[in-house]
Design a protein around this ligand. Structure first.
Ligand code: FE2
Ligand code: FE2
Length: 212
């Protein structure tokens, strides 16, 4: 025990204790109050820090969530655009097949005029199809060919009305696709689709003129 007391006397700095003993009881009470106030201040600062840390964490989680939703939204819009382009691709390929079929089977005076008109646009429709296929691939999409065969019809009049309806459908689709492309930030695609929309409008108007 004596050894322990001796060791404590040697190792422990007793200066603060001695200094404290020099103080009057009143001074000691004031020191104690200051100490308690400091402890309270530490506790309050700790509470503020924990609350702000929680708020920062909540804000961070909410930012992450909204960013994930935005990214998911962008991805689904892009996929919708790719799906739409695949639909357009199939319509263009159907136009090529239909034109070939009508060019070889249309008869009569109307049939002759229809043949001449369609011969002039087969190549253009094929170019549209190729552009769309390239674009789908460039956007990281899969090409989905699901081409419908031309309906077997006899009269040039029926062929003409089928051609007009198909061109009008193409115009409607490209109008929608341009809006989707703009929304997805695909400005170059939107511009190219504008040209294709203008081509299909010319085709529809020329065909409609034949029917009058
Ligand atoms: Fe086309
Ligand atoms: Fe066309």
């Amino acid at each position: 025990m004596d050894d322990l007391i001796e060791m404590l006397q040697r190792e422990v700095d007793r200066t603060p204790l001695r200094e404290n003993l020099k103080l009057t009881p009143e001074q000691r009470a004031l020191e104690l109050m200051a100490l308690l106030e400091a402890a309270e201040e530490f506790q309050r600062a700790g509470r503020v820090w924990r609350a702000s840390r929680g708020e920062a964490l909540r804000r961070c989680c909410s930012l992450y969530r909204s960013d994930t939703i935005r990214r998911g939204d962008r991805m689904s819009k892009r996929q919708e655009l790719i799906d739409g382009l695949n639909e357009d691709l199939n319509l263009e390929l159907e136009a090529v097949l239909r034109h070939v079929y009508h060019i070889s089977t249309a008869t009569g005076l109307l049939g002759h005029e229809l043949r001449e008109l369609l011969k002039g646009s087969v190549e253009g429709e094929l170019e549209h199809a190729q552009y769309l296929a390239d674009k789908i691939t460039a956007m990281g999409g899969d090409i989905k060919m699901n081409v419908g065969m031309p309906k077997r019809v006899k009269s040039a009049k029926e062929m003409l009305s089928i051609e007009v309806a198909a061109e009008r459908k193409g115009i409607l689709n490209y109008t929608m696709r341009i809006a989707q492309a703009e929304e997805s930030g695909e400005r170059g695609l939107a511009i190219r689709l504008e040209t294709m929309l203008s081509d299909e409008t010319d085709h529809a108007e020329e065909l409609e003129r034949l029917g009058r």
